[in-house]
Design a binder for this molecule. Structure first.
Ligand code: SF4
Length: 368
Protein backbone atom coordinates (compact mmCIF):
# COMPACT_ATOMS: atom_id res chain seq x y z
CA UNK A 1 0.00 0.00 0.00
CA UNK A 2 0.99 3.55 -0.50
CA UNK A 3 0.76 4.52 3.12
CA UNK A 4 -1.64 7.31 2.17
CA UNK A 5 -4.41 5.60 4.10
CA UNK A 6 -4.88 2.96 6.74
CA UNK A 7 -5.94 -0.44 5.30
CA UNK A 8 -9.48 -1.35 6.30
CA UNK A 9 -10.09 -4.34 8.53
CA UNK A 10 -12.23 -7.14 7.09
CA UNK A 11 -15.14 -6.12 9.29
CA UNK A 12 -14.91 -2.57 8.02
CA UNK A 13 -14.71 -3.77 4.44
CA UNK A 14 -17.85 -5.89 4.87
CA UNK A 15 -19.62 -2.92 6.38
CA UNK A 16 -18.45 -0.74 3.56
CA UNK A 17 -19.67 -3.20 0.97
CA UNK A 18 -23.12 -3.33 2.41
CA UNK A 19 -23.10 0.46 2.71
CA UNK A 20 -22.24 0.78 -0.94
CA UNK A 21 -25.09 -1.54 -1.67
CA UNK A 22 -24.95 -4.13 -4.40
CA UNK A 23 -28.12 -2.76 -5.99
CA UNK A 24 -26.61 0.70 -6.31
CA UNK A 25 -23.47 -0.70 -7.88
CA UNK A 26 -25.52 -2.81 -10.27
CA UNK A 27 -27.61 0.12 -11.40
CA UNK A 28 -24.63 2.39 -11.99
CA UNK A 29 -22.41 -0.12 -13.75
CA UNK A 30 -25.09 -1.76 -15.88
CA UNK A 31 -26.44 1.60 -17.05
CA UNK A 32 -22.90 2.55 -18.10
CA UNK A 33 -22.37 -0.82 -19.82
CA UNK A 34 -25.61 -0.50 -21.78
CA UNK A 35 -24.33 2.71 -23.34
CA UNK A 36 -20.56 2.30 -23.47
CA UNK A 37 -19.89 -1.39 -24.21
CA UNK A 38 -17.77 -2.12 -27.23
CA UNK A 39 -19.72 -3.89 -30.00
CA UNK A 40 -17.71 -7.12 -29.87
CA UNK A 41 -18.96 -9.91 -32.15
CA UNK A 42 -19.58 -12.38 -29.30
CA UNK A 43 -21.86 -9.86 -27.62
CA UNK A 44 -24.38 -10.37 -30.40
CA UNK A 45 -25.01 -14.04 -29.57
CA UNK A 46 -26.26 -16.19 -26.73
CA UNK A 47 -24.82 -19.37 -28.27
CA UNK A 48 -22.77 -21.03 -25.49
CA UNK A 49 -20.38 -22.50 -28.07
CA UNK A 50 -19.51 -19.07 -29.49
CA UNK A 51 -19.28 -17.50 -26.03
CA UNK A 52 -17.01 -20.30 -24.80
CA UNK A 53 -14.80 -19.87 -27.89
CA UNK A 54 -14.47 -16.11 -27.29
CA UNK A 55 -13.62 -16.60 -23.61
CA UNK A 56 -10.89 -19.17 -24.32
CA UNK A 57 -9.37 -16.99 -27.03
CA UNK A 58 -9.50 -13.84 -24.89
CA UNK A 59 -7.40 -15.27 -22.06
CA UNK A 60 -4.05 -13.46 -22.06
CA UNK A 61 -4.83 -12.00 -25.50
CA UNK A 62 -6.04 -8.57 -26.59
CA UNK A 63 -9.58 -8.26 -27.93
CA UNK A 64 -8.43 -6.71 -31.24
CA UNK A 65 -6.20 -9.75 -31.84
CA UNK A 66 -8.96 -12.20 -30.95
CA UNK A 67 -11.71 -10.88 -33.26
CA UNK A 68 -10.34 -12.19 -36.61
CA UNK A 69 -9.51 -15.58 -35.04
CA UNK A 70 -12.97 -15.83 -33.49
CA UNK A 71 -14.57 -15.09 -36.84
CA UNK A 72 -12.48 -17.54 -38.84
CA UNK A 73 -12.97 -20.31 -36.27
CA UNK A 74 -16.73 -19.89 -36.33
CA UNK A 75 -16.70 -19.90 -40.12
CA UNK A 76 -14.56 -23.05 -40.28
CA UNK A 77 -16.28 -24.76 -37.34
CA UNK A 78 -19.79 -23.33 -36.92
CA UNK A 79 -20.81 -25.91 -34.29
CA UNK A 80 -19.09 -27.71 -31.46
CA UNK A 81 -19.56 -30.95 -33.40
CA UNK A 82 -17.69 -29.64 -36.45
CA UNK A 83 -14.83 -28.54 -34.19
CA UNK A 84 -14.76 -31.91 -32.42
CA UNK A 85 -14.59 -33.76 -35.73
CA UNK A 86 -11.79 -31.62 -37.20
CA UNK A 87 -8.21 -32.97 -37.19
CA UNK A 88 -6.28 -31.34 -34.34
CA UNK A 89 -3.56 -30.34 -36.84
CA UNK A 90 -6.12 -28.17 -38.68
CA UNK A 91 -7.25 -26.57 -35.43
CA UNK A 92 -3.64 -25.75 -34.54
CA UNK A 93 -3.11 -24.34 -38.03
CA UNK A 94 -6.09 -22.02 -37.72
CA UNK A 95 -4.88 -20.98 -34.24
CA UNK A 96 -1.38 -20.23 -35.56
CA UNK A 97 -0.23 -16.79 -34.36
CA UNK A 98 -2.68 -16.51 -31.45
CA UNK A 99 -0.15 -17.94 -28.96
CA UNK A 100 -0.55 -20.12 -25.86
CA UNK A 101 -1.17 -23.10 -28.12
CA UNK A 102 -2.20 -25.36 -25.27
CA UNK A 103 -5.50 -23.50 -25.43
CA UNK A 104 -6.09 -24.75 -28.98
CA UNK A 105 -5.47 -28.36 -28.03
CA UNK A 106 -7.78 -28.01 -25.01
CA UNK A 107 -10.43 -26.29 -27.14
CA UNK A 108 -10.45 -29.31 -29.41
CA UNK A 109 -10.48 -31.78 -26.52
CA UNK A 110 -13.28 -29.95 -24.73
CA UNK A 111 -15.34 -29.94 -27.93
CA UNK A 112 -14.89 -33.71 -28.19
CA UNK A 113 -16.04 -34.15 -24.59
CA UNK A 114 -19.12 -31.96 -25.14
CA UNK A 115 -20.05 -34.18 -28.08
CA UNK A 116 -19.23 -37.47 -26.33
CA UNK A 117 -20.75 -36.68 -22.94
CA UNK A 118 -23.51 -34.19 -23.77
CA UNK A 119 -24.42 -35.01 -27.37
CA UNK A 120 -23.07 -31.66 -28.55
CA UNK A 121 -25.09 -29.47 -26.14
CA UNK A 122 -23.09 -27.41 -23.63
CA UNK A 123 -24.11 -28.10 -20.01
CA UNK A 124 -26.17 -25.23 -18.65
CA UNK A 125 -24.66 -24.73 -15.20
CA UNK A 126 -21.27 -23.72 -13.86
CA UNK A 127 -20.59 -26.92 -11.93
CA UNK A 128 -21.25 -29.17 -14.95
CA UNK A 129 -19.20 -26.88 -17.21
CA UNK A 130 -16.29 -27.05 -14.78
CA UNK A 131 -16.35 -30.84 -14.92
CA UNK A 132 -15.26 -30.67 -18.57
CA UNK A 133 -11.53 -30.86 -19.29
CA UNK A 134 -10.03 -27.47 -20.09
CA UNK A 135 -12.82 -25.44 -18.46
CA UNK A 136 -11.82 -23.74 -15.20
CA UNK A 137 -13.83 -21.52 -12.84
CA UNK A 138 -13.34 -18.42 -14.99
CA UNK A 139 -14.59 -19.89 -18.27
CA UNK A 140 -17.37 -21.87 -16.56
CA UNK A 141 -18.60 -18.72 -14.80
CA UNK A 142 -18.49 -16.71 -18.01
CA UNK A 143 -20.43 -19.26 -20.09
CA UNK A 144 -22.95 -20.03 -17.33
CA UNK A 145 -23.70 -16.36 -16.68
CA UNK A 146 -23.58 -14.98 -20.24
CA UNK A 147 -25.23 -17.84 -22.13
CA UNK A 148 -27.51 -19.24 -19.42
CA UNK A 149 -28.01 -16.30 -17.02
CA UNK A 150 -26.81 -18.26 -13.99
CA UNK A 151 -25.72 -15.85 -11.23
CA UNK A 152 -22.17 -17.19 -11.32
CA UNK A 153 -19.26 -14.84 -10.80
CA UNK A 154 -16.19 -14.36 -12.97
CA UNK A 155 -12.83 -13.14 -11.76
CA UNK A 156 -10.00 -12.18 -14.06
CA UNK A 157 -7.24 -9.56 -13.78
CA UNK A 158 -9.66 -6.77 -14.72
CA UNK A 159 -12.16 -7.76 -12.05
CA UNK A 160 -9.46 -8.02 -9.38
CA UNK A 161 -8.27 -4.53 -10.27
CA UNK A 162 -11.77 -3.01 -10.14
CA UNK A 163 -12.64 -4.65 -6.81
CA UNK A 164 -9.27 -3.85 -5.25
CA UNK A 165 -9.81 -0.17 -6.07
CA UNK A 166 -13.51 0.02 -5.43
CA UNK A 167 -13.02 -1.29 -1.87
CA UNK A 168 -9.48 0.06 -1.37
CA UNK A 169 -8.46 -3.54 -0.74
CA UNK A 170 -4.74 -4.32 -0.75
CA UNK A 171 -5.07 -8.11 -0.68
CA UNK A 172 -2.49 -9.66 -3.00
CA UNK A 173 -4.44 -10.31 -6.20
CA UNK A 174 -1.94 -12.80 -7.60
CA UNK A 175 -1.55 -15.14 -4.62
CA UNK A 176 -4.00 -18.09 -4.54
CA UNK A 177 -5.45 -16.96 -1.18
CA UNK A 178 -5.89 -13.45 -2.56
CA UNK A 179 -7.66 -14.73 -5.65
CA UNK A 180 -9.97 -16.78 -3.44
CA UNK A 181 -10.69 -13.62 -1.47
CA UNK A 182 -11.65 -11.69 -4.64
CA UNK A 183 -13.78 -14.62 -5.81
CA UNK A 184 -15.75 -14.35 -2.58
CA UNK A 185 -16.26 -10.66 -3.20
CA UNK A 186 -17.39 -11.42 -6.74
CA UNK A 187 -19.80 -14.15 -5.55
CA UNK A 188 -21.31 -11.76 -3.02
CA UNK A 189 -21.87 -9.03 -5.59
CA UNK A 190 -22.97 -10.83 -8.75
CA UNK A 191 -26.24 -9.49 -10.10
CA UNK A 192 -29.15 -11.93 -9.89
CA UNK A 193 -31.07 -10.13 -12.65
CA UNK A 194 -28.38 -9.66 -15.28
CA UNK A 195 -25.41 -11.82 -14.22
CA UNK A 196 -23.88 -12.11 -17.69
CA UNK A 197 -24.03 -8.37 -18.31
CA UNK A 198 -22.74 -7.65 -14.80
CA UNK A 199 -19.69 -9.86 -15.31
CA UNK A 200 -19.01 -8.38 -18.73
CA UNK A 201 -19.50 -4.86 -17.40
CA UNK A 202 -16.91 -5.40 -14.65
CA UNK A 203 -14.40 -6.74 -17.17
CA UNK A 204 -15.23 -3.94 -19.61
CA UNK A 205 -14.71 -1.30 -16.93
CA UNK A 206 -11.34 -2.84 -16.06
CA UNK A 207 -10.31 -3.02 -19.72
CA UNK A 208 -11.37 0.46 -20.80
CA UNK A 209 -11.69 2.79 -17.76
CA UNK A 210 -10.17 1.31 -14.62
CA UNK A 211 -6.97 0.50 -16.49
CA UNK A 212 -3.75 -0.62 -14.79
CA UNK A 213 -1.57 2.49 -14.93
CA UNK A 214 -3.89 5.39 -15.58
CA UNK A 215 -7.41 4.81 -14.26
CA UNK A 216 -9.78 7.24 -15.95
CA UNK A 217 -11.73 8.04 -12.82
CA UNK A 218 -13.42 11.09 -14.35
CA UNK A 219 -15.24 8.80 -16.78
CA UNK A 220 -16.01 6.07 -14.26
CA UNK A 221 -19.63 5.26 -13.36
CA UNK A 222 -18.45 4.09 -9.91
CA UNK A 223 -16.35 7.16 -9.11
CA UNK A 224 -18.70 8.48 -6.41
CA UNK A 225 -18.47 5.24 -4.40
CA UNK A 226 -14.87 4.24 -5.16
CA UNK A 227 -12.83 4.07 -1.97
CA UNK A 228 -9.43 4.06 -3.63
CA UNK A 229 -10.33 7.17 -5.55
CA UNK A 230 -11.24 9.08 -2.40
CA UNK A 231 -8.17 7.70 -0.59
CA UNK A 232 -5.86 8.56 -3.49
CA UNK A 233 -4.59 4.98 -3.73
CA UNK A 234 -6.01 3.86 -7.09
CA UNK A 235 -2.64 3.77 -8.84
CA UNK A 236 -1.15 1.61 -6.07
CA UNK A 237 -3.80 -1.07 -6.44
CA UNK A 238 -4.20 -3.94 -6.95
CA UNK A 239 -1.25 -5.25 -4.97
CA UNK A 240 0.28 -8.06 -7.00
CA UNK A 241 3.31 -10.16 -6.08
CA UNK A 242 6.00 -9.75 -8.70
CA UNK A 243 6.14 -12.33 -11.48
CA UNK A 244 9.40 -14.24 -11.87
CA UNK A 245 11.51 -12.79 -14.67
CA UNK A 246 11.68 -14.95 -17.82
CA UNK A 247 14.81 -17.13 -17.79
CA UNK A 248 17.21 -16.68 -20.72
CA UNK A 249 17.74 -19.73 -22.95
CA UNK A 250 19.75 -20.07 -26.17
CA UNK A 251 19.17 -22.47 -29.09
CA UNK A 252 20.43 -23.03 -32.61
CA UNK A 253 17.88 -23.41 -35.41
CA UNK A 254 18.47 -25.01 -38.76
CA UNK A 255 16.55 -23.90 -41.83
CA UNK A 256 16.82 -26.65 -44.43
CA UNK A 257 15.04 -25.45 -47.54
CA UNK A 258 14.98 -27.10 -50.96
CA UNK A 259 13.15 -25.45 -53.85
CA UNK A 260 9.48 -25.20 -52.76
CA UNK A 261 9.96 -27.18 -49.57
CA UNK A 262 11.28 -26.65 -46.07
CA UNK A 263 12.08 -29.26 -43.45
CA UNK A 264 10.04 -28.77 -40.29
CA UNK A 265 10.05 -30.83 -37.11
CA UNK A 266 6.82 -31.67 -35.29
CA UNK A 267 6.93 -31.14 -31.53
CA UNK A 268 5.56 -33.67 -29.09
CA UNK A 269 1.88 -33.16 -28.33
CA UNK A 270 2.47 -32.30 -24.68
CA UNK A 271 4.67 -29.42 -23.58
CA UNK A 272 5.64 -26.11 -25.10
CA UNK A 273 4.36 -25.56 -28.68
CA UNK A 274 2.83 -29.06 -28.52
CA UNK A 275 2.00 -30.47 -31.96
CA UNK A 276 3.36 -27.46 -33.86
CA UNK A 277 5.92 -27.51 -36.67
CA UNK A 278 9.17 -25.53 -36.55
CA UNK A 279 12.66 -25.47 -38.03
CA UNK A 280 14.51 -27.99 -35.84
CA UNK A 281 16.03 -26.43 -32.71
CA UNK A 282 19.17 -27.71 -31.00
CA UNK A 283 20.07 -26.76 -27.45
CA UNK A 284 23.84 -26.83 -27.97
CA UNK A 285 26.15 -26.26 -30.92
CA UNK A 286 27.65 -29.82 -30.69
CA UNK A 287 24.19 -31.44 -30.99
CA UNK A 288 23.52 -29.24 -34.01
CA UNK A 289 26.79 -30.28 -35.65
CA UNK A 290 26.27 -33.94 -34.87
CA UNK A 291 22.77 -33.92 -36.36
CA UNK A 292 23.97 -32.08 -39.44
CA UNK A 293 26.78 -34.55 -39.93
CA UNK A 294 24.47 -37.55 -39.64
CA UNK A 295 22.12 -36.05 -42.21
CA UNK A 296 25.00 -35.06 -44.52
CA UNK A 297 24.18 -31.37 -44.24
CA UNK A 298 26.65 -28.56 -44.69
CA UNK A 299 25.89 -25.71 -42.32
CA UNK A 300 25.71 -22.60 -44.46
CA UNK A 301 25.21 -18.90 -43.79
CA UNK A 302 24.29 -17.61 -40.41
CA UNK A 303 20.94 -15.90 -40.89
CA UNK A 304 20.99 -13.94 -37.64
CA UNK A 305 19.57 -14.21 -34.16
CA UNK A 306 15.87 -14.30 -33.36
CA UNK A 307 14.76 -13.01 -29.96
CA UNK A 308 11.45 -14.20 -28.61
CA UNK A 309 10.00 -13.79 -25.14
CA UNK A 310 7.49 -16.22 -23.67
CA UNK A 311 5.88 -15.89 -20.24
CA UNK A 312 8.68 -17.86 -18.55
CA UNK A 313 11.54 -17.85 -21.01
CA UNK A 314 13.48 -15.36 -23.03
CA UNK A 315 14.69 -17.23 -26.09
CA UNK A 316 17.62 -16.36 -28.27
CA UNK A 317 17.79 -18.46 -31.43
CA UNK A 318 20.92 -18.43 -33.60
CA UNK A 319 19.57 -19.33 -37.02
CA UNK A 320 21.57 -21.08 -39.72
CA UNK A 321 20.83 -22.13 -43.25
CA UNK A 322 21.85 -25.68 -44.16
CA UNK A 323 22.60 -27.10 -47.58
CA UNK A 324 22.20 -30.75 -48.35
CA UNK A 325 25.05 -32.33 -50.26
CA UNK A 326 22.73 -34.58 -52.28
CA UNK A 327 20.20 -31.82 -52.96
CA UNK A 328 17.22 -33.76 -51.67
CA UNK A 329 15.48 -33.28 -48.33
CA UNK A 330 17.63 -35.07 -45.78
CA UNK A 331 16.34 -37.21 -42.90
CA UNK A 332 17.51 -35.21 -39.87
CA UNK A 333 17.59 -37.28 -36.70
CA UNK A 334 14.54 -36.53 -34.56
CA UNK A 335 15.58 -35.31 -31.12
CA UNK A 336 13.74 -35.77 -27.81
CA UNK A 337 11.52 -32.74 -28.36
CA UNK A 338 10.15 -33.99 -31.70
CA UNK A 339 8.06 -36.87 -32.97
CA UNK A 340 8.42 -36.50 -36.76
CA UNK A 341 9.87 -34.46 -39.59
CA UNK A 342 7.87 -33.06 -42.49
CA UNK A 343 8.88 -31.55 -45.83
CA UNK A 344 6.38 -28.69 -46.01
CA UNK A 345 5.46 -26.47 -48.96
CA UNK A 346 7.67 -23.36 -49.00
CA UNK A 347 6.84 -20.50 -48.58
CA UNK A 348 4.36 -21.81 -46.05
CA UNK A 349 0.69 -22.04 -46.96
CA UNK A 350 -1.66 -19.91 -44.83
CA UNK A 351 -2.79 -21.61 -41.61
CA UNK A 352 0.21 -23.94 -41.40
CA UNK A 353 0.47 -25.01 -37.75
CA UNK A 354 3.58 -23.05 -36.82
CA UNK A 355 4.22 -20.74 -33.87
CA UNK A 356 5.07 -17.04 -34.13
CA UNK A 357 8.62 -18.00 -33.12
CA UNK A 358 8.90 -20.42 -36.06
CA UNK A 359 7.52 -17.74 -38.40
CA UNK A 360 10.19 -15.31 -37.18
CA UNK A 361 12.94 -17.86 -37.83
CA UNK A 362 11.60 -18.69 -41.30
CA UNK A 363 11.19 -15.01 -42.13
CA UNK A 364 14.96 -14.62 -41.74
CA UNK A 365 15.48 -17.30 -44.38
CA UNK A 366 13.10 -15.52 -46.75
CA UNK A 367 14.68 -12.12 -46.20
CA UNK A 368 18.31 -13.11 -46.59
S1 SF4 B 1 -13.12 5.56 -9.74
FE1 SF4 B 1 -11.16 5.19 -10.73
S2 SF4 B 1 -10.13 3.70 -9.47
FE2 SF4 B 1 -12.26 3.69 -8.88
S3 SF4 B 1 -13.19 2.04 -10.04
FE3 SF4 B 1 -13.45 3.93 -11.22
S4 SF4 B 1 -11.68 4.08 -12.60
FE4 SF4 B 1 -11.23 2.53 -11.02
Amino acid sequence: MSGKTRALTNAEKNQSESALGGARLHRALLAWFDVEKRPLPWRATSDPYAIWMSEVMSQQTRVETVIPYYEKFLTAYPTVRTLAEAPVEDVLGLWSGLGYYRRARMLHRTAQEVVARHDGAFPRDKAALESLPGIGPYTAGAVASIAFQEPASVVDGNVVRVFARLFNDDTDGRAPAGLAHFRKRADALVSADRPGDWNQALMELGATVCTPREPRCLLCPLATVCEARSAGTARDLPRLTKKAKPVAAAFDALVVAAPNRVLLAERKADGLFGGLLEPPLFDTAPTLLEAAQQARLAIGDSLGIVQHTLSHRKLSIATHRAVHVLDVMPPLPVSGAYVALHAVEWPLPKDTRVSTLARKILALALET
